[in-house]
Design a protein around this ligand. Structure first.
Ligand code: SF4
Length: 930
């Protein structure tokens, strides 16, 4: 089925539930609420729908070589052979066709509106009843039958040459058309269905069908409409109004409910016009339907144009308030200018549209009114568009389809002089930006709704439900909730932050340019007895990924994130968290890390700041519970505030040291509250710029005292996370006391702190200290002091702390080898303390950076596992120190040798010989694994 999708009046798929956490930018405008909830009340009894087949339809494709013999007698007056001008069709050799009818595999795919979906469900049902198998996938060797508005309206279009076409009112004959197509005939079964001169709705509603969603029944109540909109192509195919009888629709609804359906959608090109051709009205139909729809089901009324609904406003308001009816109506306005509406032949004025909306808003409290706008209709002047903007400003529609005008061949509007494309784009952009500027659900947190769950969200982690106002609500996935009414409490709301990117999947066969999938990181794959997820413990940092703006010493921000929009710092902080957790759930990392000053805004006083921290970490805690993502570590920012310019714990002013202590107290408390597995100290300004004003020993003593206070408080509050210190040699200070791993270990040992602290090693810092990439990790691991790793890398060409994502496979292999040899990193992890380059300004870049780094480390893990398993390098290492297993070597190792013993040994053995270090040989071995 195809659809004239440029013209929203013809589209009823207002809310595609599967657009959650995914979809295109266009889908953004279709999105309703993005909210997550806490279940208030669970269903007592689980009732699952009977049907389970799930598919999309539009093209009907046969999936194997044609093998069918059918009786074409019925087609004599309806089908035509292949186009005479289509040589390829004429010359097509279908060979000996022999088959058992109804045994073919058919692929059904649909684009377009709800009406098209309904037609496809019927066609799939008929084909299935006939014995054909409805398949989900496509294979080669296809024959094509095409159905829907476009092919019906313009069957002679060149792109339809040689294809079979079935008309929108002939879907009950799909089996015949498919059979004939399989025999090599090109069938055109079109035309209008009439009875006693009156146009009928179409094929009988009682035909068998296979529902796309077994919980939702789509009932077309009429086909066609009473209008002649000048831009519309649908009218050419669906034609004038043809309504089904109330009796037929009610019977269909009852049957569907008995089959397990819980939601009924009434669809047509204009539901408001329903019944005018058969002497009845939409309210009459709805009243009859209400008598048969039970309390656990909901009815959704499809799109209605303003003119005909105007006559029934009072009755419609009453029906929309009924408990089994969604308080929701889709009323396409298309333009805010009467002049444009006249040229569109829409047959209503803006005053009438506003009357419909105002009346329903008053009489149906909470009602959702959705609408559509076409930007750049040929006669739309800038002033007309200003009227459209004013109308949207007035109502702030929570659902708004924004379309750019596109001329459909054969329509009156297609013959009108067009507005320049750039101008059309500019208008639609302006309207889109306005639509995205408001957040209709922002005050809903804490609200409790009864929600009917009917679908699975794109992210496969949530279920999609709707409240009475047909506002979309996401619930964490539990299969037993499907088809149930549940009470939920809204815990977060927002528009989508990262539309167009779904959950990142493992696709090992993806091509080189496909960078939005994992090719190596397969979370549940077992490597040396543990899953990859357990070995790698990936963590996303908050400061770079969600606070980073691309600012550098030479230029301002380049990166603008949608979650930073607004003026309320606390609200932005909450939105940022939601965006972060959306990112985590899509990426699949199980940990994150933050600074206290990144996650919540700073107040005028410590008390005010701590209050903000409490509020924001409440949201974080809820999001952690919902998603299962944990806090790898928290830390305190003890370097940004001006009063930390001379250091925090090592500041020469005790007042500043005390403030830092109070800040760390709160930091440890929130880490404890959020179940952090570690707590990190990074002393960016714990060092000096000049020894002329620095008492080095005094500052180191103060630093140790400060860390002792932290260790004591940690024990006092029962926080079980590991305390970590992160070495770095310089930047921002000229010399930093935590210079490198060995320096920090020496410091801890000197002050008796080695039992309380371990190291969080960042290789970019290691290289700044002049060591090799993996040096500090190896040093810390050698002394069992390696707690966690900030997985990043620097740029040797730049020479400062560039915090790049680790993409180097050799480095990844070397550090994963160390992690494997020490049996894992837990409770630490591989924390991406890395930022996208300031030129990488799109959210997609953030995903790709993490995916690339995760894949690099996964490859490193696999390489390292092979190295460890083969044991060639470890054997070399062992043999190199063999001389310490006996004689003088053994005595030296055991601290039992004296210098006199050494002299005696040389006297007896003579001079040592030269033993090769075999570095090149070992490097060549390493390269074998990479
Ligand atoms: S002509 Fe009918 S189907 Fe087409 S846009 Fe107008 S009301 Fe909708």
């Amino acid at each position: 089925m195809e659809c004239d999708t440029n013209f929203p009046c013809d589209i009823e798929e207002l809310v595609d539930p599967k657009n959650n956490f995914g979809g295109s930018v266009d889908d953004f405008t279709k999105s309703q609420a993005f909210c997550t909830v806490r279940l208030k009340q669970r269903p007592k009894k689980v009732k699952l729908a009977k049907q389970s087949l799930n598919y999309n339809c539009s093209l009907l494709e046969h999936l194997s070589t044609p093998k069918i013999e059918g009786n074409s007698a019925n087609f004599k007056s309806n089908y035509v052979p292949s186009y005479s001008e289509d040589k390829s069709s004429q010359e097509r050799d279908f060979g000996e066709v022999s088959s058992v009818p109804g045994t073919e595999k058919i692929f059904v795919k649909t684009w377009g509106c709800t009406h098209n979906n309904s037609d496809s469900e019927y066609m799939a049902g008929l084909l299935s009843s006939y014995g054909n198998e409805i398949k989900k996938g496509k294979e080669l060797g296809k024959m094509i039958v095409i159905a829907g508005c476009v092919s019906q309206a313009a069957p002679r279009s060149s792109f339809l040459k040689g294809l079979s076409i079935i008309g929108v009112q002939q879907i009950d004959r799909v089996v015949e058309v498919v059979e004939q197509t399989l025999r090599g005939n090109s069938v055109r079964l079109l035309g209008s269905r009439r009875e006693n001169g009156r146009r009928l709705g179409g094929a009988a509603l009682s035909l068998p069908k296979i529902r796309k969603n077994p919980l939702i029944e789509i009932i077309p109540i009429n086909t066609g409409c009473l209008n002649q909109c000048t831009y519309c192509k649908t009218k050419h195919s669906r034609g004038d109004l043809g309504s089904y009888s109330i009796e037929e629709i009610v019977i269909r609804a009852k049957e569907a409910i008995s089959e397990g359906v819980v939601e009924i959608w009434l669809t047509s090109e204009d539901t408001g016009a329903y019944g005018r051709d058969i002497g009845t009205t939409l309210p009459d139909l709805l009243q009859e339907l209400l008598k048969v729809i039970p309390g656990h089901c909901m009815l959704r009324i499809g799109m209605t144009n303003p003119p005909y609904i105007l006559d029934h406003l009072e009755a419609m308001a009453e029906i929309l308030n009924a408990p089994q009816v969604y308080s929701f109506l889709h009323i396409p306005v298309q333009s805010g200018s009467d002049a444009v509406l006249l040229d569109m032949k829409r047959e209503y004025s803006i005053a009438e549209f506003e009357h419909v909306v105002d009346y329903l808003k008053e009489k149906v409290p909470g009602i959702t009114i959705a609408t559509d706008v076409i930007c750049g209709f040929p006669t739309e002047t800038p002033e007309d568009f200003t009227c459209t903007m004013a109308l949207c400003h007035k109502y702030c529609f929570s659902s708004l389809f924004i379309n750019q005008f596109y001329p459909r061949p054969g329509t009156p509007a297609a013959r009108m002089p067009r507005i320049p494309t750039q101008e059309v784009k500019q208008r639609s952009r302006e309207l889109s930006e306005f639509f995205q500027s408001y957040h209709p659900y922002k005050d809903r947190e804490g609200a409790v709704y009864r929600v009917l769950i009917t679908d699975v969200a794109h992210d496969k982690m949530h279920l999609v439900g709707h409240n009475k106002f047909y506002e979309q609500v996401l619930v964490l996935k539990e299969d037993a909730l499907m088809g149930q009414m549940v009470d939920v409490e809204i815990v977060s709301t927002g528009k989508h932050y990262m539309m167009g990117i779904g959950k990142i999947e493992y696709q090992p066969s993806a091509g080189p340019a496909e960078t939005l999938c994992f090719k190596h990181y397969n979370a549940k794959e077992i490597i040396l007895g543990k899953t990859m997820e357990e070995w790698l413990r990936f963590s996303v940092v908050y400061w770079h990924s969600f606070r980073g703006t691309g600012t550098d010493p030479f230029g301002g921000p380049t990166i603008k994130r949608s979650w930073e929009e607004g003026s309320d710092a606390l609200e932005i902080a909450r939105n940022r968290l939601r965006a972060a957790f959306e990112f985590f759930t899509k990426l699949g990392n199980k940990y994150y890390a933050f600074h206290d000053r990144d996650i919540a805004p700073e107040g005028e006083t410590l008390e005010e700041t701590n209050k903000y921290l409490d509020e924001v970490t409440d949201v974080a805690l809820e999001l952690q519970k919902q998603t299962g993502v944990k806090l790898l570590w928290a830390t305190c920012n003890l370097f940004s505030h001006p009063w930390y310019m001379n250091g925090a714990a090592t500041n020469p002013d005790a007042h500043v040291v005390a403030f830092a202590g109070a800040q760390v107290k709160k930091g440890l408390e929130i880490a404890h509250k959020l179940g952090a597995e570690n707590f990190v100290f990074w002393g960016g300004r714990e060092g000096y710029q000049s020894l002329l004003n620095t008492n080095l020993r005094t500052e180191l003593d103060h630093y140790a005292s400060f860390l002792k206070m932290a260790a004591n408080f940690k024990k006092k509050i029962g926080f079980t996370g590991q305390l970590l210190i992160e070495p770095k040699p310089k930047e921002p200070t000229k010399h930093q006391y935590d210079y490198d791993a060995m320096t920090v270990m020496g410091f801890l040992k000197t002050y008796g702190l080695e039992g309380d602290f371990k190291l969080n090693v960042e290789p970019n810092h290691t290289t700044l200290a002049g060591h090799g990439y993996e040096h500090d990790i190896a040093v810390a691991a050698s002394y069992k002091m390696l707690g966690s790793i900030d997985a990043n890398t620097g740029s040797p060409d730049l020479g400062w702390d560039t915090d790049q994502f680790p993409m180097d496979i050799k480095n990844a292999t070397l550090i994963m080898k160390i992690i494997l040899e020490q049996g894992g990193l837990s409770p630490g992890g591989l924390n991406f303390d890395a930022k996208v380059r300031r030129e990488s300004v799109e959210p997609k870049d953030l995903f790709i950076a993490h995916i690339g780094a995760m894949d690099a480390l996964a490859r490193g893990l696999k390489n390292a596992a092979k190295i460890v398993q083969d044991g060639i390098l470890s054997q070399h290492l062992k043999e190199r120190y063999n001389s310490f297993t006996n004689t003088i070597g053994q005595k030296i190792e055991k601290d039992e040798a004296t210098l006199e013993d050494c002299e005696a040994f040389i006297a007896s053995k003579g001079n040592p010989s030269l033993i090769s270090g075999q570095q090149e040989h070992l490097e060549a071995i390493l390269n074998h694994y990479i």
